[in-house]
Ligand binder design. Structure first.
Ligand code: GAR
Length: 213
């Protein structure tokens, strides 16, 4: 068996996506190990989950740094020290600066709670996405896992899946449906990466993810 994929998880909240990763590893569905969890928010449940599993975890307090560059350098340093193979943005609600993305080129993935390129980009995160979906009256939403590039939610897509919306749905029920899809997609995407089944290919100006069989 190949060496487990060394993961770092960045989060800002409850961490149910992080939990889905831990469950898949425990169930031996995913050949990976979470080495480090970093949060921009204090005392969030995602950090408690890391603590309960004995995983190294830190809250990185923006107030301790003079500027944004220095703040994100603290993340970069911890990630490089830990020598992770892949950084997983699992509900991390800050936009990463170019220096961060360059330091881990195509080694960062993000889960987004909509079908990109709908309901994504600047200002679309967390519940705001589901509120916009609800307001629009679309009949389908879903989730997307993608590699992170320098745009916001623009990187090469690994997996997407849709879920239907009915007139009985509320913002809360849409969020719940999507979260269920997210947990499945995130594990599937990580499995593809851990098994060496993703390959970046360039078509025109666009990088795309080919899935190897
Ligand atoms: C998830 O819905 C995730 O897709 C979203 O935050 C939530 C975190 O939930 N991320 C974004 O909106 C990023 N643009 P969790 O903490 O329970 O995993």
């Amino acid at each position: 068996m190949a060496k487990p994929l060394k993961l770092a998880v960045l989060l800002s909240g409850n961490g149910t996506n992080f939990q889905a990763i831990l469950d898949a590893i425990d169930a031996k569905q995913l050949n990976a190990k979470v080495e480090l969890v970093l949060s921009n928010k204090k005392e969030v449940h995602g950090l408690t989950r890391a603590k309960n599993y004995g995983i190294k975890h830190h809250w990185i307090n923006r107030k301790n740094f003079e500027n944004t560059d220095q703040y994100f350098d603290a993340y970069i340093q911890l990630l490089q020290e830990t020598e992770v193979d892949l950084v997983v943005l699992a509900g991390f609600l800050l936009v990463l600066p170019p220096r961060f993305i360059k330091a881990f080129s195509y080694k960062i993935i993000n889960i987004h709670p909509s079908l990109i390129p709908s309901f994504c980009g600047k200002g679309f995160y967390g519940e705001k996405v589901h509120q916009a979906v609800y307001n629009s009256g679309v009949k389908l939403t879903g989730a997307t896992v993608h590699f992170v590039d320098e745009g916001t939610d623009t990187g090469p897509i690994i997996r997407q899946e849709a879920t239907a919306i009915s007139t009985e749905d509320t913002v809360v029920s849409i969020a719940q449906k999507v979260l269920k899809v997210e947990h499945k997609l995130l594990v599937e995407s990580l499995k593809l990466i851990a098994d060496g089944k993703t390959k970046l290919i360039k078509q025109g100006e666009q990088y795309k993810v080919a899935i190897l069989t």
